[in-house]
Design a protein. Structure first.
Length: 409
């Protein structure tokens, strides 16, 4: 069997965005691995069992990450404008590589990330967070997804990549266009690639102390094309899931009675709420696409070759078969597992935690103004579509005087 023979749950659209757990319950009832529709006309097998996911993620002999073996795509059965192609179509980056090719690219990524000071990263995040908060503070109300959570990680990563101001603004605009996933998403993705290509050319001429320069100078001698796609992965995987993590963590702290009372008294740690989110609202919902190299079975379920097999990072963290380990246990799969486990979890944690702590410190009386907010549509990310809040307006800070004239800048 290479395609489902009956109606399957949809992992996209307004119903899924509002009640994703309904779809996951249907999938679990069908077995540890089951068919789902991930976009109009696009089906995949989805793993909802934690044990089955661990098996697949470590079985590199049976499963490949190379999406060039995707049979439906090769046969013209995936619409060319399908929204899933942005994250599933092959690119020469570590996300789609196996074996020695993956080892080479992953080592370059790991070495570059290891050179980032987490203390400096925290300071950079605080600086950008404070700037964004000062923009919204006088109004007494804000939409924290657009005004804060979506933008902050992008500003931080622009600094990490060594983007000059004009590049940084372009990168933020392009990434926000991709996040919105509207009719211009493809153009936004092209704009991001163009921006990064220009950044690479700039760093060839003028090296800096940044990830782009380190990647270009790495002993593994990556080509410019490889560096470009490594940076695309870093920006995409480092910003959108981090935005979702900090937003879901902040929402939990503000709305869950188990946290809200203690939050006012300062008795609860932000990090504990963040760890709970990784179990219950994994920022990556359904991702980590693999392709069987040959016909096989995964925990008793037939898996044909050439079919995308996605890990439901969301469903594996909420299944009833999980042991009662508590949220301090980090056996969740929000970071995936195996050789393709996220290489930047420590960096994401610093950005998310600092972002939450800074906004709670500076806007200490935040109050959500919407009772129920759906997730963004689509199968891959689990993120609030919006986060409207109100708070006591803060006076606008005076503009710093110009150092030369003494007048406001």
């Amino acid at each position: 069997m290479t395609q489902p023979t009956a109606a399957v749950p949809r992992l996209y659209g307004p119903d899924f965005a509002l009640r994703p757990e309904d779809a996951y319950q249907v999938l679990r009832a069908a077995g540890p691995v089951a068919w789902a529709e991930i976009a109009p006309g696009v089906t995949a097998l989805v793993v909802t069992s934690h044990r089955a996911a661990i098996t697949l993620l470590h079985d590199t002999a049976t499963y490949s990450k190379d999406s060039r073996s995707w049979a439906a795509l090769n046969n013209g059965l995936v619409p060319p404008d399908s929204p899933v192609l942005a994250l599933m179509a092959f690119r020469p980056s570590l996300l789609y590589a196996d074996g020695e090719a993956h080892r080479r690219l992953r080592e370059a990524m790991d070495h570059c990330l290891a050179r980032i000071s987490l203390h400096a990263l925290r300071r950079t995040t605080q600086t950008h967070a404070t700037t964004l908060i000062e923009r919204i503070a006088p109004a007494g109300q804000a939409e924290l997804m657009a005004d804060y959570a979506d933008t902050l990680p992008l500003l931080v990563f622009a600094d990490l990549l060594g983007c000059p101001a004009e590049f940084s603004a372009r990168m933020v605009t392009a990434c926000q266009g991709m996040i919105n996933a509207g009719a211009t998403a493809a153009q936004a993705a092209a704009d991001l690639a163009q921006c990064l290509a220009e950044l690479i050319a700039l760093r060839h001429r003028s090296p800096g102390r940044d990830v782009t320069t380190w990647m270009l100078d790495h002993p593994h001698r990556l080509s410019d094309e490889e560096v470009l796609h490594q940076l695309v992965v870093l920006v995409g995987a480092g910003t959108i899931p981090t935005a979702a993590w900090l937003a879901s963590g902040l929402r939990l702290l503000l709305t869950d009675p188990a946290y809200a009372g203690d939050l006012a008294g300062g008795a609860v740690t932000v990090r504990r709420a963040m760890e709970q989110v990784l179990w219950t609202h994994s920022p990556m919902a359904n991702f980590s696409a693999h392709y069987a190299r040959h016909a096989t079975h995964l925990h008793g379920v037939p898996v044909p070759p050439g079919v995308p097999v996605l890990i439901s990072h969301a469903a594996t963290g909420t299944g009833t078969a999980l042991p009662e380990t508590g949220y301090d246990n980090r056996a969740h799969l929000a970071w995936s597992a195996g050789p393709h486990r996220c290489p930047a979890d420590s960096h994401a944690a610093v950005i998310a935690q600092t972002s939450i702590e800074t906004v709670l410190d500076q806007l200490w009386d935040l109050e959500p103004t919407a009772a129920a907010v759906p997730n963004r549509p689509g199968p891959f990310h689990q993120c609030p579509a919006a986060m409207p809040v109100r708070f006591r307006p803060r006076p606008e800070k005076p503009t710093a005087p110009n150092a030369t004239t003494g007048r406001p800048a």
